[in-house]
Design a protein around this ligand. Structure first.
Ligand code: NAP
Length: 263
């Protein structure tokens, strides 16, 4: 039986830092997750796609606080780039013990009757295929069946999976529905191999993503419909993610935490 000394992650062998990959860690919820994880003792890979300066900023703030982090550019929708991302982490931080499938996109608010196939493919490629590919690479390293020491995966879904995002982006909502099914199925598939798989469903969180939808101030418009009466902060989602990664949730798998103010 493997013995663990880390309180941060039950899958880190004694004396070694747990190793976390956060996809889309350069901004928003991913950046908050990377910074909180580093403060709790993880060596963190901050993955990003385009915004190198933002990713460097996250790594710099972690380093200034005494933590360990690297930034790795990779488009999670491209299989070869995901493989390279994990190989880079193998070489620079060691075997991954935790993955947060956070990278996600949406596009301009549109009704389904106006959405074309190219857009649906882009939305599914990043949100769904990217999460599957990263989970695959993580499992190949974490699974006790393959000589790994176990691990934890947290998928970042959305309340959109439940609400459907009518008139805004049903394609995005459907992609998050797929993430929920991935979480349920994969959690059961790898439960006996030392790997837990859970998800968070954020609600209306103040990040850049709403600008992609064409409405940067969207949270201000919709927050009146939130029972707690406000939008959420990225750190509030990060705290739920860190709990799901930690030993404190050791008996939790295939579960969902809605971080949505009651919405
Ligand atoms: P954000 O501020 O727009 O940040 C998105 C992050 O994902 C960035 O770091 C971006 O990298 C990265 N990214 C985008 N496409 C990528 C790709 N193909 N490969 C690798 N990285 C990629 O978004 P956010 O609001 O923090 O959202 C994070 C997650 O939470 C997403 O899955 C989103 O669907 C989910 N979520 C957000 C809300 C909300 O209200 N904000 C609500 C529910 C769910 P670059 O910086 O390089 O572009």
């Amino acid at each position: 039986m493997v013995q663990f000394s880390s309180t941060a992650n039950p899958s880190a062998p004694a004396g070694l830092k747990p190793v976390l990959i956060v996809t889309g860690g350069s901004r928003g919820i991913g950046a908050a997750t990377a910074q909180l994880a580093a403060a709790r003792g993880y060596a963190v890979c901050v993955n990003y796609r385009h915004h190198q300066a933002a990713a460097s900023g996250v790594v710099g703030s972690i380093a200034r606080a005494g933590g360990q982090a690297i930034a790795v550019a990779a488009d999670v929708a491209i299989e070869a780039e995901v493989v390279r991302l994990f190989q880079t982490v193998d070489a620079q931080l060691g075997r991954v013990t935790a993955l947060v499938n956070n990278a996600g996109i949406l596009e301009r608010q549109q009704r389904v009757e106006d959405i074309d196939a190219a857009r649906i493919s882009r939305i599914l490629a990043v949100n769904v295929t990217g999460s599957f590919l990263c989970a695959r690479e993580a499992i190949r390293r974490m699974s006790t069946r393959r000589g790994g020491a176990g691990g934890a995966i947290v998928n970042v879904s959305s309340v959109a999976a439940r609400l459907g995002a009518p008139g805004e982006y049903v394609d995005y909502a459907a992609a998050k529905g797929a993430i929920d099914s991935l979480t349920i199925g994969l959690a059961q598939e790898v439960a006996a191999e030392g790997i837990r798989v859970n998800a968070v469903r954020p609600g209306f969180i103040y990040t850049d993503i709403h600008a992609s939808g064409g409405e940067p101030d969207r949270v201000e418009r919709v927050k009146t419909a939130v029972p707690l009466g406000r939008g959420g902060q990225a750190i509030e989602v990060a705290q739920a993610i860190l709990w799901l990664l930690s030993a404190e949730s050791a008996y939790t798998t295939g579960a969902f935490i809605d971080v949505a103010g009651g919405k």
